[in-house]
Design a protein around this ligand. Structure first.
Ligand code: ADP
Ligand code: ASP
Ligand code: MG
Length: 418
């Protein structure tokens, strides 16, 4: 008997029929003798709808109240899934995040989980219940409802698996695993049977939304065995086969020696670039610019500073497109009066494309193949950053799909011909 946490995303619980299918799958696992804790998202489109309602009332919704609204989608699905599991003849009980003490910090709309009290869940499991918990939500120490950022149910599930020391956390979604890139953009993308935590972390942080980045961080930190698999197919597979399907996130030591150099191509559309030209090149300048941005709680991604000419330099950085307006405002109102840049130029229509692979550590020529491929497509590279296992470039938004397809091909990531 194993303790399994299963997470079902929005599409997987997107209709009553899908919820019934999910319940049949849960029942299959429970009947095989496993204890099952289920974490669910809101029905697909629901969280967007709720946030849309809030924005019709306040252009920039009050974050505390936004979380009160945005978290409700999951409360609907937990009840429906519990009922559907009961219809399968099993005992099932649903809980919201706060009901099982998912304690978070108070960063509304992007809260971090601090602790989960798993005692109640353990008692229910011991009494034979399937326990269904709302993803994406928790409460801070004052009892305020919080949410964990978009896609946060993945993190709820992995945190739950860590708290319960579950044998495995299964992320059921609308694709049958982690692919070399988003199969919606490149139909020839190939499913990976395994991917290392490090690579998954990079892919998630660089825009592959199949797993929320914090869920991968949690899994790495608490050594949670994590698998991504399909909720839409395979319901009738024998359990042993289903348990081996999809993509397993592994630790590097476990992976075969013959691994491909590049595992995948990630991209992120929602980026914006800001450049301050001719800022004085003196100590503290980066701090003055980015300190003000950090004080406004805006995350900065890439940062590039040019060499100094005549005692001045150009300074560029990227932020999430949603935070572009706020960042420009902070720069104009608090930074510019002090540093007197010649110009503050912004471009909210950029994207980031990255190649990821642990094989880069031991292979040369990856960067040159990447840059040659982009140049052959006539795509101008605006910024470059690298780490040991990834190379990212910023390019104009309109070239994103072309860049991803060209790189996917150049690195030989397509499926082998059938
Ligand atoms: P869920 O609602 O189940 O959480 P998401 O929409 O958040 O599902 O994540 C699944 C989607 O992630 C897929 O439908 C796919 O389009 C997208 N995706 C992006 N990159 C990848 C990748 N490398 N492998 C698989 N899916 C990816
Ligand atoms: N329902 C939330 C969202 O749409 C959380 C999730 O789906 O993981 O972002
Ligand atoms: Mg998701």
């Amino acid at each position: 008997m194993a303790l399994i946490v299963q997470k079902y995303g929005g599409t997987s619980v997107g209709s009553v029929d899908r919820i019934k299918n999910v319940a049949r799958r849960i029942a299959k696992w429970h009947r095989a003798g496993h204890q099952v804790v289920v974490v669910v998202s809101a029905m697909s489109g629901e969280t967007n709808r709720l946030i849309g309602l809030a924005k019709e009332i306040q252009a920039s919704p009050d974050p505390r109240e936004l979380d009160v609204v945005a978290s409700t989608g999951e409360q609907v699905t937990i009840g429906l899934v519990a009922m559907a599991v009961q219809e399968e003849g099993l005992k099932a009980k649903s809980y919201t995040g706060p009901q099982v003490h998912v304690l978070t910090d108070s960063a509304f709309t992007k809260a971090r989980i601090l602790e989960i009290d798993e005692k109640k869940i353990r008692a229910d499991l011991a009494a034979g219940y399937v326990v269904v918990v709302a993803g994406f939500q928790g409460a801070d120490e004052h009892g305020n409802i919080t949410t964990l950022g978009r896609g946060g149910s993945d993190t709820s599930a992995v945190a739950m698996a860590a708290a319960l020391k579950a044998d495995e956390c299964l992320i059921y979604t609308d694709v049958d695993g982690v692919y070399t890139t988003d199969p919606r953009i490149v139909p020839e993308a190939r499913r990976l049977t395994t991917v290392t935590f490090e690579e998954m972390l990079e892919m998630a942080s660089l825009g592959s939304k199949v797993l929320q980045i914090r869920s991968v961080e949690f899994a790495g930190k608490y050594k949670v065995r994590l698998r991504v698999l399909s909720s839409l197919t395979g319901a009738d597979l024998p359990l042993a086969e289903e348990a081996q399907s999809g993509t397993l996130i592994t630790f590097e030591e476990d992976t075969p020696m013959e691994k491909a150099v590049i595992s995948g191509i990630a991209f992120s559309r929602d980026e914006a670039k800001i450049t301050l030209t001719r800022v004085p090149d003196r100590p503290g300048i980066a701090y003055q610019i980015l300190g003000a941005i950090a004080d406004a709680n805006i995350d900065v991604d890439m940062i590039v500073q040019n060499i100094s000419v005549d005692g001045t330099t150009d300074f560029s950085f990227t932020v999430h497109r949603n935070e572009y307006g706020k960042a420009m405002q902070v720069l104009q109102s608090t930074v510019q009066p002090v540093i007197q840049a010649r110009q503050i130029i912004g471009d909210p229509m950029i994207c980031k494309v990255s190649v990821v692979g642990i094989g880069m550590r031991s292979h040369v020529g990856i960067a040159s193949l990447m840059f040659r491929t982009l140049s052959e497509e006539g795509i101008n590279i605006q910024m470059i950053t690298t780490s040991e296992i990834k190379i990212s470039v910023v390019v104009e938004d309109k070239y994103m799909e072309l860049a991803v397809r060209a790189l996917h091909k150049a690195f030989g990531l397509e499926q082998a011909a059938a």
